[in-house]
Design a protein around this ligand. Sequence first.
Ligand SMILES: [Zn+2]
Length: 420
Amino acid sequence: MKPLTVSGAVLDGAPVGLRCVDGRIAALGAEVVSEPGDETIEAGGAPLVAPLVNGHTHAAMTLFRGHGGDLPLMRWLREVVWPVEAKLDAEDVYWGTRLACAEMIRSGTTHFWDMYWQPGATARAVEDAGLRATIGGPLFDVDGKTEAMQRAARGYLEELAESGPLVAASLAPHAIYTVSEELLRWTAEQAAERGIAVHIHLAETEQEVDDCVAAHGERPAAYLDRLGVLGERTLLAHGVWLDEAELGLIAERGCTVVTNPVANMKLAVGGIFPYPAARRAGVAVGLGTDGAGSNDSLDLLADLKLFALAQRHANGDPTVLPAAEAWRVATGACSPLLGGAELAVGGAADFLLLRRDCPELGLGDLHADLVYAASGSAVDTTVVAGRVLMRGGEIPGLGEIVSHAAERARGLGIGRAGRS
Ligand SMILES: [Zn+2]
């Protein structure tokens, strides 16, 4: 791949150029110019910003968008999601993920954490799209078939091991109410042995907490800690119902909590992640969309506004989450695990150029505009590892991706008449 040089961008209010070589930022500063043979982008004064990290999603669920969403979580899973998922094949997951990747590229996400079936197909789609992802096949053993799930999990990891450098593998036990104690312990041991992350839903609903206390005599975080699951490479999605003692434990163990405010509101879980208490405790935090089935958008920049507003409103305090801090959460900068890309020489060549003519970006504080005024449509150019995935809002091959995904959705009984 040719080196890429961006000139005429604006970083933190100052003119800047940036040169990428072999997927990393080789030079960054006012004096940077292109060299013969470089691919070049003339930014014409466009703001240069770090990209977003979507800390929790189920990418291929774009196929289920708009499908039976007006139900409570457990009914929605049992009656809508799980029956369709039982029919999914690798091509469904591939095209659903390609569609998700296109949406994320368009709205400025360059790295996402995924938990979904057919993780090998997800990895193939991510690589073809040019994004980064940390991928885990979901582990469930409510049926008591723990050994079969362990074999499947090993298979997932073998498939993912064949992926290139932009894909990382994780183990993804679905939740404490769908995975046995035995399988959770096994997951923790395997993850530690292999040095990979554990990605799990935790404390999403109050019912989950009550059931955990009734079954195990302890709250969800304490339960997972007893099984050895909590550590620096553990990502806990949701955390809506974590109490102060659990947040203290999570901070001590160095886990990351990813809040998904839009999915929580859509599924009406009745609370929001206690961000101020988490920050006081020193918990690493990230932001996620959750799957398109429960959001229904993967536009993390739009969700960022909901994150900030929900925290201000619920805490009765407009100073509880400054815009610059909210932006840092969304870019993965508040969690060592999430892998956010800082714009610095030697760092990954992942970045965004914003539209120069974006009406939502005013002359005031850029972070405030990004959090409260802009959505993903403010993104003009998305670059990952020095490769341009979108320029001028155009993603090559998007029409084909949309039509393949619609065909796969129809095959699952989801498509509607008149949609090609
Ligand atoms: Zn989820």
